[in-house]
Design a protein around this ligand. Structure first.
Ligand code: KG4
Ligand code: ZN
Length: 326
């Protein structure tokens, strides 16, 4: 059984290896919408209300009971500490009462391994582009539990860039999906926007894009076409992500590329990377969008792999706002 409460989704899943028997995700989007972003204390309280019902529904969906579980995996880092504490406390209580192994999982490791929901045969090593609200990282995945960061954002994450852009365009929160919907109606060549860092780097910078959008909104005023602006923003972010990921795959001699994290749900980014990989002769894998955004199934897959290697944590397992990738 796996639990994920690091941010604004309360999730519980039951997995056997990389096969997902059930996955329940209860989103807090409606709660945070009115504040235009995530309020940490409100997130923790909402997890407290939603977690036990999510656990019950996930167990029911799997057709199994707590007695059948081999372990409890829980995301304990990085994330909002109050939100993480709710999930970790519940996981400890279940592990303690059922005498089950407890496995703390790094959120990013969950995203990286979420690709195994597609097929257990995704090849290793591969290069993984992880793009979410908190992360923009290119990781060389040597094997299921062995990771090496080769590129990352120097400021905002790609999801944060989508969310901030959406706020500036008056599209509300969360922004990624809203930008994608508007972009479908717009002209992606209308406005010129900066792509951040140039040259041979595998890192990213999205803060200049945010400033450029603010200037565009101010200078265009009522003349601004929101669909055109959204299309240009989406194209700028997707093309810089795709270009760096392809460069990393080339430099590292990778045979396969994976795309994971909330922003991996973006249809333009998915199709762009898929085409680029086809052209370069690389295999390309990206999970179903429901396993791109935060979910406990990915935490369960990582937990299962760790448990199979004999790894588990003690009841002193702590939560961390920031933590390096294992
Ligand atoms: O992985 P995730 O659910 O949570 C974090 O770990 O941060 O990612 C959430 C991020 C948000 O910034 C959201 O705007 C973005 O993923 N997102 C998208 C799309 N769906 C979600 N960004 C672009 N296009 C989408 N379709
Ligand atoms: Zn995430």
């Amino acid at each position: 059984m796996a639990i994920e409460t690091s941010c604004d989704e309360t999730s519980c899943a039951v997995v056997v290896g990389s096969s997902v028997l059930s996955s329940v995700v209860s989103s807090q989007v409606d709660l945070h919408k009115k504040w235009g972003g995530i309020v940490p204390e409100a997130a923790a309280r909402a997890h407290l209300e939603a977690l036990l019902p999510a656990i019950e529904t996930a167990l029911e969906g799997s057709g199994l009971s707590l007695q059948d579980m081999a372990g409890v995996a829980v995301c304990n880092r990085p994330g909002l500490v109050g939100a993480l504490s709710v999930g970790v406390t519940a996981a400890k209580a279940i592990a303690y009462s059922r005498r089950l192994p407890l496995i703390g999982v790094h959120h990013l490791e969950g995203h990286i391994l979420s690709v195994l929901t597609l097929s257990p045969d995704v090849p290793f090593p591969h290069v993984c582009l992880t793009v979410s609200g908190g992360h923009t990282e290119i990781v060389r995945v040597h094997g299921p539990l062995s990771y090496e960061m080769v590129g990352q954002t120097l400021d905002d994450a790609a999801g944060e860039a989508f969310d901030k852009a959406a706020r500036l365009l008056g599209l509300g929160y969360p922004g990624g999906r809203a930008i994608q919907e508007q972009a479908a109606l717009g002209n992606s060549k209308r406005y010129k926007l900066p792509k951040g860092l140039s040259g041979g780097t595998l890192n990213f910078s999205f803060s200049g894009l945010k400033t450029a959008i603010l200037r565009l909104v101010e200078s265009e005023g009522d003349r601004l076409s929101v669909p055109d602006a959204a299309a240009c923003i989406q194209e700028t972010i997707a093309s810089v992500l795709a270009e760096r990921a392809m460069k990393a795959a080339d430099l590292l001699g990778a045979q396969a590329l994976t795309l994971v994290g909330g922003v991996a749900a973006n249809t333009r980014l998915r199709s762009l990377l898929s085409k680029e990989c086809e052209r370069a002769g690389l295999s390309f894998f990206t999970p179903d969008p429901k396993y791109c955004t935060d979910n406990a199934a990915m935490i369960g897959i990582a937990g299962s792999l760790r448990l199979a290697c004999g790894q588990q944590d003690g009841f002193e397992l702590d939560v961390f706002a920031n933590a390096p990738l294992p």
